[in-house]
Design a binder for this molecule. Structure first.
Ligand SMILES: [Zn+2]
Length: 120
């Protein structure tokens, strides 16, 4: 932007604390690698949360609704849908929590770029 060479336009990743090119950092100052790792972690958690949610739905169906044998496959599909939807929701929520939990690298607040007075 100001004609500064690209080697000067680096900043510390807020997550891992490594010095990265600013074009690789997003608005929370996370590098692409850290975002990828957070996505993977959130996906794993999302699956777990989806299964837990599905188990609650299954328990509700078995204990409260008490389905007859005739429609069992329909209830199985309902539980699978609950696992899938719960997993998707859990993944997004967990990703948001990881992103905003501020569990970054120690000292990563000391940016390589001049402070703009921004306090996140
Ligand atoms: Zn990083």
């Amino acid at each position: 932007m100001s004609g500064v060479s690209s080697s000067d336009e680096t900043a510390l990743c807020h997550r891992c604390g490594e010095r990265k090119d600013v074009v690789e950092l997003d608005r929370l100052l996370w590098c692409a690698e850290c975002r990828r790792k957070a996505r993977e972690r959130a996906a794993l958690w999302g699956w777990g949360e989806g299964i837990v949610f599905g188990a609650f739905v299954a328990a509700y169906i078995l204990l409260v609704i008490r389905p007859t044998d005739i429609v069992t496959s329909g209830w199985v599909a309902t539980v699978l849908a609950a696992v899938w939807i719960g997993g998707r929701l859990g993944r997004e929520i967990t990703y948001g929590i990881i992103r905003y939990a501020r569990t970054g690298a120690p000292g990563a607040d000391a940016r390589g770029t001049p402070s703009q007075g921004r306090e996140a």
